[in-house]
Ligand binder design. Structure first.
Ligand code: MRU
Length: 362
């Protein structure tokens, strides 16, 4: 999508053919900075500290991480080391495991000399596939927004989203945002309620990218969603996800579950947009089987933003001596999910619903 009118992806190979570039998301929305990743260790670091984030982009970066590793050490030991280090960067998004398995599988039987080029090509293919998948998700989700617009006789369609499942979290388009971008481009009057998403405020990333693309949006405190739903101000909730079980349970950014509860109580449709690599067919019970990342307490204790003097500052919001906890994801049970928007269509959040769309995996 566009930044200052110029089309970007969130990750791209540098013209030197040996390094890869990303947008440093720890500096957005206040500063736009491009970062060059030259080694596997740098790629792992970028994932760990969330310079790149969002399940599909984590997977894409890890794939390039293997390619960078193969330039340094294409031996079997080098490959095993890269898969191990990259695989331990973040626990919840299953796209990481998926991407590493995919690149690892195509390198396993290759001579060491051919591994770097093959991994590079596979990482690029993963990126291109992600863009195509998200575009398809957008087409399917657009139908939902069109239906609401028709029901409201052209009145404004209000979508609520949580975290950033936008193009910054994928390679392009985003998952939750793809239907929104397409609706906007189709001339539908669509407006987005953007949850702040404490503690890391990924909502600011969503607001930034929607703003860059000219999509009307309003930034709200995380606690405002239930109130807005009670007053008929939300027509549909669309979120992304880091892992969906074969039974349709959804792990996503902390706070998603509360939005699903509020949506359920108010009869607001709650949809989750996902590319098929986000489905973990090996697990069924999301609450028991999905590992939830615990991040540093400092992310909860502090907030970073631009001060009145225009400078970036980090301030502490908790009293001295209080402890803070930071579970980064939660699980929304399938029963609260109206539908799963995938590249193959919209599935019910049930084993049968997912199985009908992906019979080869179910
Ligand atoms: O911790 P983050 O910022 O990586 O979490 C991101 C999310 O929770 C997204 O909603 C999810 O990865 C889907 S991105 C299309």
């Amino acid at each position: 999508m566009k930044i200052d009118g110029k089309p970007y992806r969130s990750i791209w190979p540098h013209a030197d053919g040996r390094t890869v570039e990303i947008i440093d998301q720890t500096r957005l929305p206040h500063e736009f900075a491009v970062l060059r990743l030259a080694t596997m260790v740098e790629a792992a670091h970028a994932i760990r500290v969330m310079q790149v984030r969002g399940a599909p982009l984590i997977g894409a970066t890890a794939a390039y991480g293997v390619a960078l590793a193969m330039r340094e050490d294409p031996s079997d030991a080098g490959l095993a080391r890269a898969l191990d280090i990259l695989g331990k960067t973040r626990p919840t998004a299953v796209n990481l495991r998926w991407a590493l398995a995919r690149v690892g599988a195509c390198l396993g039987n290759l001579e060491a000399a051919g591994r770097a080029a093959r991994a590079w090509a596979e990482a690029a293919a993963i990126c291109d596939q992600d863009v195509a998948i998200n575009r398809a998700i957008g087409e399917h989700g657009l139908g939902l927004i069109r239906d609401i617009a028709a029901r409201k006789q052209g009145g404004r369609v209000n979508v609520l989203t949580h975290c950033n499942a936008g193009w910054l979290a994928t390679v392009d388009w985003g998952t939750a945002t793809a239907p929104i971008y397409l609706a906007h481009e189709a001339g539908i009057d669509v407006h987005v309620w953007v949850d702040e998403t404490r503690p890391r405020v990924q909502g600011a990333l969503t607001a930034w990218e929607l703003g860059q693309h000219g999509v009307p949006h309003t930034f709200i405190a995380d606690n405002a969603g239930g109130h807005l739903m009670q007053h008929g101000e939300v027509d549909i909730v669309i979120t992304g996800t880091d892992r969906v079980t074969a039974d349709g349970d959804v792990a996503n950014k902390i706070g998603t579950y509360l939005k699903a509860l509020a949506a359920h109580d108010n009869g607001v449709p709650f949809y989750v947009a996902l590319p098929s690599p986000t489905i973990d067919w090996s697990v069924r019970d999301g609450l028991r089987e999905i590992p939830i990342e615990e991040r540093a307490a400092a992310e909860v204790e502090t907030v970073t933003g631009r001060g009145v003097d225009g400078r970036l500052a980090t301030v502490t919001v908790t009293p001295q001596g209080s402890t803070a906890a930071n579970p980064a994801f939660d699980v929304t049970p399938a029963r609260l999910v109206t539908g799963l928007i995938t590249e193959r269509g919209i599935a019910r959040a049930t084993p049968e619903g997912l199985g009908a769309l992906f019979p080869e995996s179910a």
